[in-house]
Design a protein around this ligand. Structure first.
Ligand code: ACM
Length: 263
C-alpha cells in the first residue's frame, strides 16, 4: 500500500484555510494512508484556555472530523490527523482515524509537551490499534515518541504501522524514529509541520519539518525538508512488520523479559 504524509505550514486559527490546503494536496492521486500533523487545522501555540475552548471540537460531531471523514470517503483513503478535542469541559490533544467507512477511532495524547500541560488533560485512551482494510494502524502523537513504551505498546497490540502526527520543535525525533521502528519492527509515518508561531507574549516556536516514513529495518524511505510543503509517499509492505523473528533463535517480542523490567 502507499503511505503518505502532508507537511505544510499551518495557519493559526484558520481551519477552513488549512482544510483547503489538505484538499489541494490530495486532489490528484492520494496515498492509501495519509497522516497529517498534530493540530493540523488550528495551529499549536495557544495563549489561553478560552482560545483552546474556541478551537476545540467534540469528536465525532465537529467540523474537523466531518471534513476528514468526508475526504476519506471521497478519496477512498484512511487519514490520521491531530486536533484539539473537547469532551465536556475537558480538553485533549487527540488524533482521529477516518476511513472510507467513516470515523474509525480516536487517540488522546498520553505524554503532553511543554505548555500543552497548561491547557490539556493527559490522554486516557491508552495506546490503540485499529484493524482496518489496509492494515493494523496504531497512533501516537509527537512527544510520545520520546517514551519508548508508546511505540512498544502499539507493537505489542499488533500495530504494523504507527501514524505519528507531530508538531516537533526539538531536533531529535527524525534521527530517533529508525530506532523505534527497528526495535519494534514496525513502519512509522511521522507528519510534522513547518513554519514559526509567535503568539501573545510567548517566545517563538519554530517547527522542524523533516516529516518522514521509516521502515521496520530503520530505513528512512522518504524525508521532507526543514521547510516547504510536501506530500511525501512511499510504497510499504506491511508483511515486513508482521514477522518479529530476527533469526532462528531470536524474536523481538517473544524474547522480552518483562519480569525483570521496572515499570
Ligand atoms: C510536541 O509534542 N508537540 C513536541
Amino acid at each position: 500500500m502507499k503511505a503518505g504524509f502532508f507537511q505544510f505550514d499551518v495557519t493559526f486559527g484558520k481551519k477552513k484555510e488549512n482544510f483547503e490546503k489538505i484538499r489541494g494536496a490530495v486532489s490528484g492521486e492520494a496515498p492509501d494512508l495519509l497522516v497529517l500533523p498534530e493540530f493540523f487545522a488550528t495551529g499549536y501555540q495557544f495563549t489561553s484556555q478560552d482560545e483552546v475552548a474556541g478551537l476545540s471540537e467534540p469528536v465525532p460531531q465537529g467540523e474537523t472530523t466531518e471534513f476528514l471523514a468526508g475526504l476519506s470517503q471521497n478519496k477512498g483513503i484512511y487519514i490520521v490527523a491531530g486536533l484539539p478535542e473537547r469532551d465536556g469541559d475537558v480538553f485533549y490533544n487527540s488524533a482521529i482515524l477516518t476511513g472510507p467507512e467513516g470515523v474509525v477511532g480516536v487517540y488522546r495524547k498520553t505524554h503532553l509537551f511543554f505548555e500543552e500541560t497548561l491547557f490539556f488533560t493527559p490522554g486516557n485512551s491508552g495506546f490503540k490499534v485499529w484493524d482496518t482494510a489496509i492494515g493494523r494502524i496504531g497512533i501516537m502523537v509527537c512527544f510520545d515518541w520520546l517514551f519508548p513504551e508508546a511505540a512498544r505498546s502499539l507493537a505489542l497490540r499488533g500495530a504494523e504501522v504507527i501514524a505519528h502526527p507531530s508538531n516537533l520543535v526539538l531536533p531529535y525525533c527524525p534521527r530517533s524514529m529508525p530506532v523505534r521502528c527497528l526495535e519494534n519492527r514496525v513502519y512509522a509515518i511521522t507528519a510534522n509541520r513547518t513554519g514559526r508561531e509567535q503568539r501573545g507574549d510567548k517566545p517563538p516556536l519554530t517547527f522542524i519539518g523533516q516529516s518522514q516514513i521509516t521502515s521496520p529495518q530503520g530505513e528512512i524511505l522518504v524525508r521532507a525538508g526543514v521547510d516547504g510543503e510536501l506530500l511525501g509517499t512511499a510504497d510499504i509492505d506491511l508483511s515486513r512488520a508482521q514477522d518479529k523473528k530476527l533469526n532462528d533463535y531470536n524474536d523481538l517480542l517473544k524474547d522480552r523479559r518483562p519480569a525483570l523490567y521496572t515499570t
